[in-house]
Design a protein around this ligand. Structure first.
Ligand code: OSB
Ligand code: MG
Length: 375
């Protein structure tokens, strides 16, 4: 694969509504867009999912920019690779910084698929033509408001409702929603807000038939989750704790998780995501694709990944309109009757909308093979 130049754009977009989790509220979304170009004018696109502040993980937009500029781009523009699966090996001398790595690797995957005139989904081994979609709803002011929001998304067609919970609000939220919607596919995400001392409280959630509880305990834990899972009927799904195939293997062997939320950024890219998918498939562990409030490019990567066969459960990859007045791709991602159609054009299958990209861009740098790095 010939990679001639890499352009990094700093982007700033505002979400339609603020999104609140147990760790904080977000509305302004800052992120990096990566464009990798070959000699024939083709471009592959990637999106960094790190947030402004290190709440969800230790990475931020700023640390991503540092790692991409000072380490990943120089490694890539100095190497010859023939397949995107080689990128993670090339980056293996750099520890962690998975979201930075995934953003660059994502651009290379898109470029590769375009060079071979095939959809990214197909290049990854995807088999689905449409994916089932759920929606993740942030913490609301009151149960009444939450119930109204859930009702609206159910009417739009979303197949699964995920709500954020936090200590002191969980029983009220889950019991209230279950009463209003006895039969829906419902799950709760705690974003690491509890400890083992909360086991009696979390056991009470067993009464409400949740599909799963996502990441109840510490973001770096896989031991206490195994202890908790023994006490709960509700399956535990790990999000924050899983950064690699090795993490997934250990968590599954320990009995810490029965379902895995795969986020491309958190695990360092599509190659690792696919490895986790394949391993889980072999173990009979269902996976689904998590979201990081992505703009169109990241969303398109999630859709391609979700086309793989073991993405059995609906993910968090909702329509563009759920987040943005105007997205940065054309067409934008649409959901119909609870499904998103996997595009069949080359690469991510959506075109970058340059007018929109320019509108939201605050800075841009280009690095070329064989040229010294100047900022
Ligand atoms: O834990 O899955 C999470 C958003 C920001 C940070 C963490 C999470 C989330 C979501 C929203 O749940 C997923 C989305 O709609 O993109
Ligand atoms: Mg989560």
């Amino acid at each position: 694969m010939e990679i001639r130049e890499i352009t990094v754009r700093r982007m700033q977009m505002k979400m339609k509504q603020p999104f609140t989790t147990s760790f904080g509220t977000m509305q302004d979304k800052h992120f990096l867009l990566i464009e990798a170009k070959d000699g024939s004018g083709r471009s592959g696109w990637g999106e960094s999912v790190a947030f402004d502040a290190p709440w969800y993980s230790e990475e931020t937009v700023e640390t991503n920019w540092h790692i991409i500029r000072d380490f990943l781009v120089p490694l890539l523009l100095d190497a010859e690779i023939s397949h995107p699966d080689e990128v993670s090996g090339l980056f293996s001398s750099i520890r962690k910084n998975n979201m930075a790595k995934a953003a660059v690797e994502g651009a290379i995957w898109d470029l590769y698929a375009k060079q071979h005139d095939m959809p990214l989904a197909k290049a990854l081994g995807g088999t689905r033509h449409q994916i089932e979609v759920g929606i993740s709803i942030g913490i609301q002011e009151s149960l009444e408001e939450l119930t109204a929001v859930v009702r609206q998304y159910l009417e739009e067609g979303y197949k699964r409702i995920k709500v954020k919970i936090k200590p002191g609000k969980e029983i009220e939220i889950v019991a209230g929603l279950r009463q209003a919607f006895p039969d829906i596919a419902l799950m709760a995400d705690a974003n690491s807000a509890y400890t083992l001392a909360d086991t009696p409280l979390l056991k009470r959630l067993d009464d409400f038939g949740l599909m799963m509880i996502e990441q109840p305990l510490a973001s770096d834990d896989i031991i206490d989750h195994a202890t908790l899972q023994k006490e709960l009927k509700t399956p535990i799904c790990l999000d924050e704790s899983i950064h690699s195939l090795e993490d997934a293997r250990k968590a599954i062997e320990l009995g810490s998780t029965k379902i895995i939320n795969i986020k491309i950024g958190r695990v360092g890219g599509l190659t690792e995501a696919k490895k986790i998918h394949d391993y889980c498939q072999g173990k009979g562990v269902p996976v689904w694709c998590g979201g990081m409030l992505e703009a169109g490019v990241g969303r398109a990567h999630n859709i391609a990944l979700t086309s793989l066969p073991n993405f059995i459960l609906p993910g968090d990859t909702a329509a563009s309109s759920r987040y943005w007045e105007q997205d940065i791709i054309r067409p934008e991602v649409v959901m119909e009757d609870g499904y998103i159609t996997v595009p069949n054009g080359p690469g991510i299958g959506y075109e970058p909308d340059f007018e929109s990209i320019e509108q939201f861009m605050t800075d841009m740098w280009t690095f070329r093979r064989g040229e010294p790095f100047v900022l």
